[in-house]
Design a protein around this ligand. Sequence first.
Ligand code: HEC
Length: 163
Amino acid sequence: MNKTFMGRIASIGAVAALGLTVAGCQGGGEAELEDTPEAQAFLFRQAVMRVIAQKMVPLGGMARGEVPVDEELFTKSATDLETMAGMATEGFMPQGIPSGSRALPAIWENWSDFEQKAQDFQQAAQALADAAESGGFEAAKDLVQPVAQTCGGCHRTYREREE
Ligand code: HEC
């Protein structure tokens, strides 16, 4: 059996699997959902928020003294977080609340305030990253909590509470 033949089998398999997935999603409406710009925006912001939350884990853990300090990980997490903070509002355009989204209509009703909350987050993340880069963990550890406060500062108003 030559490689091309194997490749062809693999791609036929992939197409078949895709067909199954799409078929399996119908009814739930998910396949259809992912094709809309609103759904794409939702998936984007969800991905950004999840990365942001993951980057906060080592920062918070070290700042609270729960995990041993790892200077390199701390600084990388802080600078990654700063980068992600710059993407915080991108996934909220166009306006839309597809099923599964906890975004509240208030976001688009008070867009400039929402942007302000995102800016508060960006500034806090930048201060943290700058301090980590210049002075390491000791210089930056007290700047983790102010960042965490900006998460709640936005979620309280603009994210639906979990049941
Ligand atoms: C400017 C507002 C804003 C800021 C700042 C913000 N978030 Fe969010 N976040 C939201 C909104 C709105 C949602 C809901 C999005 C949706 O479901 O469509 C959300 C959703 C999330 C989610 C759920 C993602 C999922 O799996 O659906 C996590 C986790 C999260 N944010 C973590 C954070 C953390 C951690 C911070 C701070 C380091 C933060 N967010 C800062 C507005 C914000």
